[in-house]
Design a protein around this ligand. Structure first.
Ligand code: HEC
Length: 147
């Protein structure tokens, strides 16, 4: 999977050579993916709130990131990665993998819908955020441990 390799490489680049081994672990890859969706949603939020001017390139890149992570995220939960590296992944993920995958697909599909429509102004970005934001909490509620 190309994206996975690219993300792992990005993680290595971010964490530096010393942490290269740890960064390749699925726990680290998926946490990095979630940091990236957090950043992408934050970038949309800044535009929606008017803290940043509307920028089509930023909107498109953020929506693309949300879509990509929604598609690749469930691949980062192989057997054996249930614990370790301060993971906040709930054991319920491995008990309900099909539902977990569906919740991740819901994020990808919400982002794809917004990409196809491409929000054209601040209000449009606000509406897009509302449409996508619910999918985050919907998954976290069940599958992310509160620490
Ligand atoms: C399909 C389920 C799912 C969806 C959808 C999802 N998340 Fe997560 N998220 C998780 C899980 C599981 C973790 C814990 C991962 C770990 O620690 O191994 C997590 C962790 C995080 C973290 C902490 C990352 C870290 O370790 O620093 C952030 C931030 C985050 N999610 C933001 C978001 C945002 C924003 C969205 C929506 C755009 C979103 N998530 C959508 C399941 C999901």
């Amino acid at each position: 999977m190309k994206l996975k390799i690219a993300l792992a490489a990005a993680a290595v680049a971010i964490f530096g050579v010393g942490a290269a081994v740890a960064a390749g672990e699925p726990q680290a890859v998926r946490q990095e993916m979630m940091k990236q969706v957090g950043g992408a949603l934050g970038a949309l939020g800044a535009i929606a709130k008017g803290e940043k001017p509307y920028d089509a390139a930023v909107v498109q890149a953020s929506l693309t990131k949300l879509s990509e992570v929604g598609k690749a995220f469930p691949d980062q939960f192989p057997a054996g990665s249930e614990t370790g590296m301060d993971t906040e992944a709930s054991p319920k993920i491995w008990e309900n993998m099909a539902d977990f995958k569906a919740k991740s697909a819901a994020l990808a599909s919400a982002a794809d819908t917004q990409l196809a429509a491409m929000p054209a102004d601040q209000a449009g970005v606000g509406a897009a955020m509302k449409a996508i934001g619910g999918t985050c909490g919907d998954c976290h509620q069940t599958y992310r441990l509160k620490k």
